[in-house]
Design a protein around this ligand. Structure first.
Ligand code: FES
Length: 394
């Protein structure tokens, strides 16, 4: 009986195959002109877009907001308030990518003449691209941009309706996007932003945020500098202050400088908040990798040999122990795709063929299988010996 059933199946399959071949023979060689599914996919995930700078304005005395529109006009891909975009900057023969939180709202990108904005603060000597944007970028410049990256956004199925955003310095930018979306009525939550700054005359986006305040958006400025006339909250974003502005069920979103992350982790512990109610934006590249637990201090002053294989090409370049593999590659003019530069997105995924690296624990976003098979995220990996890596060909 089994053999008979099997032969019947084979016969049926062969009849289907013949019918299909006949249909193929009669089909037109002209490709199908309509591809509605593909059209939607391309609209939602267009990859990198050529964008032109159409406006630059002051966001504070040390920060600028830069507006981008699509070259040739048209709508932009959707994104969530809180996500970032990656901008490619041509630097000599090289191309350097940097992630910036989008400070405009998703609804502003969905308009016919849609736009996205980033707000970038001048660096304190350690961010030459931030200074480049503040000093050199002008209206009419074009850049390749990838819009809508990262996991730092409000999700009503996961997050409490009341959100307390803890922002420091230019870490206000994802919350500016959320506040615009809430004020516009296209994001349904109650948002209280506790915004820490040092000086009242250098608060990023101060006037624009004030214009968004209303029933569902509250901005609380907290000043750490010594200003006798300041009327608002003072000091740092302490557990006591956070408790004062929290509802019984609150989700906390945190974005700011790395020192603030370390401080807030301790303050939040005092409040006994469940882990699922706390969302940190990616940490950024470690300012000083040697302070992280387990960093091999004996390596910190060394420069190692980094052998880079791309297809049949092989380069040997120097790599400082305190700089990530991505920085070593960029310094040598070798292009590697990057997105978050915080170990999260995996764009810079790299195979380590030999040698050892230290992985920044704050930025270890590798999948378990990648760990087993020797892949690292090059933006979060620091050489601790001579290393041989294999990167994709650009
Ligand atoms: S750039 Fe995102 S993981 Fe390295």
């Amino acid at each position: 009986m089994k053999v008979k059933g099997f032969l019947k199946d084979v016969g049926g399959a062969s009849r289907v195959t013949k019918a299909r071949l006949a249909a193929f023979a009669q089909a037109s060689s002209t490709p199908v002109r309509t591809d509605p599914i593909g059209d939607v996919a391309r609209e939602w995930h267009p990859g990198k877009l050529d964008m032109v700078v159409t406006e630059i304005r002051d966001a504070s005395k040390t920060a600028k907001t830069v507006r981008f529109e699509k070259v040739g006009g048209g709508k932009l891909p959707p994104f969530y308030a809180g996500q970032f975009m990656v901008v490619d900057f041509p630097m000599g023969d090289s191309l350097i990518s940097r992630p910036y939180s989008i400070s405009s709202a998703p609804w502003q990108a969905r308009q016919e003449k849609g736009f996205v904005e980033i707000t970038v603060r001048r660096s304190r000597g350690d961010g030459f691209i931030c200074d480049h944007i503040n000093d050199n970028v002008k209206v009419g410049d074009t850049f390749r941009c990838l819009i809508g990256c990262g996991q730092f956004y409000y999700e009503p199925l996961r997050d409490a309706r009341h959100v307390v955003a803890l922002a420091g310095g230019v870490g206000i930018t994802p919350f500016a996007s959320m506040a615009r979306e809430v004020a516009h009525g296209t994001l349904d939550m109650d948002l209280t932003i506790l915004y820490g700054s040092v000086a009242s005359d250098d608060i990023t986006l101060r006037d624009e945020l004030a214009a968004l305040e209303g029933e569902h958006v509250h901005i609380v400025h907290v000043l750490s500098g010594d200003e006798p006339d300041w009327q608002g909250e003072r000091g740092f974003l302490t557990a006591e202050l956070i408790r004062k502005y929290s509802a019984p069920d609150t989700t906390y979103f945190i974005c700011g400088p790395q020192a603030m992350y370390r401080f807030l982790r301790e303050e939040l512990k005092k409040l006994d908040i469940p882990q699922r109610r706390v969302r940190f934006e990616v940490f950024g590249q470690a300012k000083d990798i040697t302070v992280f637990p387990g960093y091999p201090q004996e390596c910190k002053d060394k420069t190692y040999q980094l052998t880079v294989r791309r297809g049949i090409h092989e380069d040997v370049i120097p790599a400082r122990a305190t700089e990530s593999l991505v920085v070593a590659l960029e310094r040598a003019g070798i292009r590697i795709e990057t997105g978050c530069r915080s170990g999260e997105c995996g764009f810079c995924r790299t195979k380590v063929l030999s040698g050892s690296v230290y992985i920044c624990p704050e930025n270890d976003g590798r999948r378990a299988a990648d760990k087993d098979f020797g892949y690292v995220h090059a933006c979060a990996a620091y050489p601790t010996s001579d290393v041989v890596i294999k990167i994709p060909i650009e």
